[in-house]
Design a protein around this ligand. Structure first.
Ligand SMILES: [Zn+2]
Length: 154
């Protein structure tokens, strides 16, 4: 962190606080001129939109993914942490490359890919709800291909 006073490159952290769960405040001192200042770190909420098959665009909503995964898993609140972890993985994969717009198809594919590894029955349930039979053959080919290449990816 550069000193705002003399632009020296090296500042020392004197104190770190977390004013709330989402932010970190640091009190810093410049190693060259002694100037003291604070920095605040908090996650930037990127706006990501989703294009539905109908062409309609809406804001990305984690809750919708969680709901569809939960529905496919047919599991109670006891496995909430597991579902959350799975949704975290799905979202992390979707957000690679920081897209501004995702299609509902991309999201569906990612959910299926994770469910396939996680719970075979849930995978079939999700597939039956979110896919038409025309897409089924194509997707099964895709999964079969991925199963083959899985060994190569470390
Ligand atoms: Zn300075």
């Amino acid at each position: 962190m550069r000193c705002p006073q003399c632009l020296h490159d090296d500042t020392r952290v004197l104190d770190t606080r977390t004013p709330d769960e989402q932010s970190v405040k640091r009190r810093r001192q410049c190693a060259a001129c002694g100037f003291r200042f604070s920095t605040m770190e908090r996650p930037v909420r990127e706006e990501i939109f989703v294009q539905k098959r109908s062409g309609r665009v809406e804001e990305f909503d984690r809750q919708k993914i969680t709901a569809s995964v939960q529905c496919a898993l047919k599991k109670g609140a006891g496995r909430r942490a597991e579902v959350d972890a799975l949704v975290d993985e799905i979202i992390a994969a979707l957000f690679v490359g920081r897209p501004k717009l995702l299609t509902s198809e991309q999201i569906g594919d990612e959910v299926l890919r994770r469910l396939h590894k996680f719970d075979e029955l849930a995978y079939v349930r999700y597939l039956s709800v979110h896919r038409t039979f025309e897409n089924l053959g194509e997707f099964q080919k895709k999964i079969a291909l991925e199963a083959k290449t899985d060994g190569d990816v470390v």
